[in-house]
Design a binder for this molecule. Structure first.
Ligand code: ADP
Ligand code: MG
Ligand code: MG
Length: 209
């Protein structure tokens, strides 16, 4: 299973990939939003990094997810801050106090995170939001976990499905969030939140090797 070392490495890799793709996320959000998505998320994950050093001995993956949640809620702002904050908070609750997460436990964490985003933002599949990355990721994770796959394989499947889901937002017309103000003109652009979600899930899989 995946333990505290994985969780901390996931956060470090998340900060790294968000910083690396900051400009591209800003460009995507400039096309159908207000251009701040990359900056907001980069600020949030950079704020988490120093706090990792303060984690008490014996901390669990759930403790790390909770730390990410509270930090993102207080630093990211916009639509994505509360949505990601809720995702990590619900993920932390699903992880509970377990010291190690196996395939089904990882699938449960991802499911809880996605459900949190949906409960908070009320977006449905096809509305051109981050849900369009998360829902295929959860479905792929559940299918792998049900067939007995280990945690790393579950995350690989989730990351690949999220990447395909993010790409599939391109032709969609936005029905939620700032991009929905553009109506039909939102078609032909990838949703920035779906793209950042795919980056974060890829970071989770990369941390698991
Ligand atoms: P803002 O639009 O406030 O500037 P961000 O740019 O940080 O916020 O985040 C925009 C992203 O948030 C969108 O690309 C989309 O993926 C996501 N989003 C916006 N509204 C919703 C919603 N109701 N449900 C799910 N995701 C949403
Ligand atoms: Mg924005
Ligand atoms: Mg904004």
């Amino acid at each position: 299973g995946l333990d505290i070392t994985w969780a901390v490495d996931w956060v470090r890799r998340s900060a790294e990939t968000v910083a690396e793709h900051r400009t591209r996320l800003i460009a995507l959000d400039r096309e159908i939003g207000d251009g701040d998505h990359g900056e907001n998320l980069d600020r949030g994950f950079q704020a988490v990094l120093p706090k990792l050093d303060d984690l008490a001995a014996g901390s669990t993956p759930g403790d790390v997810l909770k730390l990410v949640a509270t930090t993102l809620i207080s630093t990211v702002g916009g639509a994505a801050g509360p949505l990601y904050g809720t995702a990590y908070l619900k993920g932390a609750m699903a992880a509970g106090s377990a010291t190690s997460l196996d395939g089904p436990a990882i699938a449960a964490v991802l499911t809880a995170a996605r459900d949190g985003i949906v409960a908070r933002g009320k977006a449905e599949s096809g509305d051109k939001t981050m849900v369009d990355a998360w829902t295929p990721a959860v479905e792929a994770a559940d299918a792998e976990a049900a067939s007995g796959a280990d945690a790393r394989t579950v995350l690989e499947a989730a990351a690949s499905a999220a990447e395909a889901g993010a790409e599939a937002t391109e032709p969609l017309v936005a029905r939620k969030g700032r991009a929905s103000y553009l109506g039909e003109r939102s078609a032909g652009h990838r949703d920035p939140g779906a793209e950042s979600s795919a980056l974060l899930l890829r970071a989770a899989a990369d941390a698991a090797v």
